[in-house]
Design a protein around this ligand. Structure first.
Ligand code: MEV
Length: 289
């Protein structure tokens, strides 16, 4: 029996713009998914296509038990976390010796297959390695870790990443003269944010500007706007949509003393808040049981 866990992720800056070659910054966050794999001859069928594909692609058979603190389908990278933790547990249980790089690559290939060709390499990379990751054209690099106090607000409004990416693509096709400068501006905000990662007030301001640009791309939602405004009014340094938008989650950067207050204010609107901070470990082995 082998148990491995993997963290969730938030986009701090640059979602959607990364699809157009601009830089983005994502961070691994504390809520984790833990997966136990046990070698058995005739395992019960699994209901997750991601886990099915982990076993199919490695050619082994086993039973799986999942414990998750991460809400699924909310843009916090839960499918990537389940996939990387499962691959790590399979590798451990069956002695396959996968490196972290191999796990990130295999998990991306699995996500791509399950999601009909569209997946984010960011999610699988960030959950595997942990920390803060700068995504630039075709490459990823870890930035120095920062202890940012974040409150995530889950609107509980269902959304589809594929649909939101498609919505932006259509807008880009119809109005390139409008959308291109928005993408350039998001890229500029991300570049500015990287320079002030340890200055929370300035970083919060960058988040506010990034949020306005995401709204201009049409990936906002009234429930997200409500949470963003609530977080700012409750004392956050800044707040923005995180991930694909159109529902799902937003993220607020808070002074340490204000995070409970911000979370309470967000919960009072009917959302589900998560107080969190950076995870610097990525996938890790857990005690079995
Ligand atoms: C979704 O979490 C982030 C997007 O930028 C899509 C992607 O990067 O693949 C919207």
């Amino acid at each position: 029996m082998a148990t491995w866990s993997a963290p969730g992720k938030v986009f701090l800056f640059g979602e959607h713009a990364v699809v157009y070659g601009k830089p983005g910054v994502a961070m691994a966050i504390r809520p984790r998914v833990a997966v136990t794999v046990r070698r058995v001859k005739n395992p019960a069928p699994v209901r997750s296509p991601y886990i099915d594909e982990c076993f199919r692609s490695t050619g082994v058979q086993g039973s799986v038990y999942i414990r998750s603190q991460l809400p699924s389908s909310s843009g916090l990278g839960s499918s990537a976390a389940v996939t990387t933790a499962t691959l790590a547990a399979i590798s451990d249980e069956f002695g396959l010796g996968f490196t972290k790089d191999e796990i990130a690559e295999r998990a991306f290939a699995i996500e791509k297959k399950v999601q009909n060709g569209r997946a984010s390499p960011t999610d699988t990379y960030v959950t595997t390695f942990g920390g803060i990751v700068l995504i630039t054209k075709g490459s990823k690099r870890r930035l120095p870790p920062q202890s940012l106090h974040l409150v995530i607000g889950n609107t509980l409004v269902p959304h589809s990443t594929a649909k939101m990416v498609e919505h932006v693509a259509q807008m880009h096709q119809k109005h390139p003269a409008i959308v291109n400068p928005i993408m350039d501006s998001i890229g500029a905000v991300t570049t500015q944010a990287i320079k002030c990662m340890n200055k929370p007030q300035q970083l919060g301001h960058c988040m506010d500007v990034n949020n306005a640009l995401l709204e201009a791309l049409g990936v906002g939602h009234p429930a997200l706007s409500k949470l963003v405004l609530t977080a700012r009014a409750a004392g956050a340094f800044g707040a923005k949509v995180t991930g694909a938008g159109g529902g799902g989650c937003m993220v607020a950067l808070c002074p340490k003393h204000a995070k409970n207050w911000v979370a309470g204010a967000m919960d009072a609107t009917g959302a589900k808040s998560i107080i969190t901070t950076i995870d610097t470990t990525g996938i890790r082995k857990e005690k079995d049981g």
